[in-house]
Ligand binder design. Sequence first.
Ligand code: G
Ligand code: G
Ligand code: MN
Ligand code: NA
Length: 260
Amino acid sequence: VRTERELRRAIEKDELALHYQPIVGIADGSLAGYEALMRWNHPEQGFVPPARFIPLAEESGMVVQMGRWALERGLQEHAAIAAVYRTVHPGQPPPFISINVSAAQLHDLSEIDRFAGIIEAAGVEPDQIKLEITESLMADDPEHAAEALGRLKDLGVTLAIDDFGTGYSSLSYLHRFPLDTLKIDRSFVSRMDHDMASRLLVRAIVDLAADLGLQTVAEGVETEAEYAELAELGCDFGQGYLMARPCSASDLRGMLAQSG
Ligand code: G
Ligand code: G
Ligand code: MN
Ligand code: NA
């Protein structure tokens, strides 16, 4: 079991890394963006997946520092990736970067001023940045969530709800928050082929999102059949092993450099 001190050391010793998973437009398969996913290269234990350390980071409050680190590193690497993209696809808007933000990072609203400073220092256009928040933020304290999301939105970034459909989902909150995107949880996407209820649920989310003017990203797309169904339902974007696994920033730059 990892301790808070180990997490602190992970940042100090530069043991954390970000991997990037492409997000594609379902209609044409083009690269629309990529999600930054945290990795911990532990000196003795090797690669530790986020599910094994993010919960402790959230409980201990270390996720605040780790989240700052992820925003800083993600934007630095994004600037370099976007530069390659611009040389290969001149005149086209670069892909967006999607970064996970824990509700615990937003308990103190002054953290959002820090985000503003980090974005400014990185020199990345805020409209290229998407922040992924889970439903728990909205379920736990809707008033606070509205304030936090409003301030984030004022930074000029776009906002997504992550793992949509797995939370408390009082759908009534959706129009009360300044959201742009719903990320449909992969548990529904992976059951879509053989479970009618999951397919209906994905369809309901896509239709609801369209009515509310929100875009949809299907997570965990693994099969051609799922992809085809998502296209038929009018889902905007997809992310999953079918299209690409998470990879390092340099691998992504290499792939982009060859894609022209
Ligand atoms: O990459 P992987 O599927 O193992 O990630 C598992 C989960 O860990 C993700 O769904 C995401 O919710 C969480 N996660 C990954 N990177 C970050 C991060 O930078 N910050 C936060 N808060 N959570 C992350
Ligand atoms: O933030 P979130 O928990 O949604 O992060 C997405 C997680 O889902 C990442 O940990 C990523 O490694 C994982 N993932 C991405 N694509 C797939 C997929 O096609 N299948 C499965 N099983 N997991 C995926
Ligand atoms: Mn996510
Ligand atoms: Na998710």
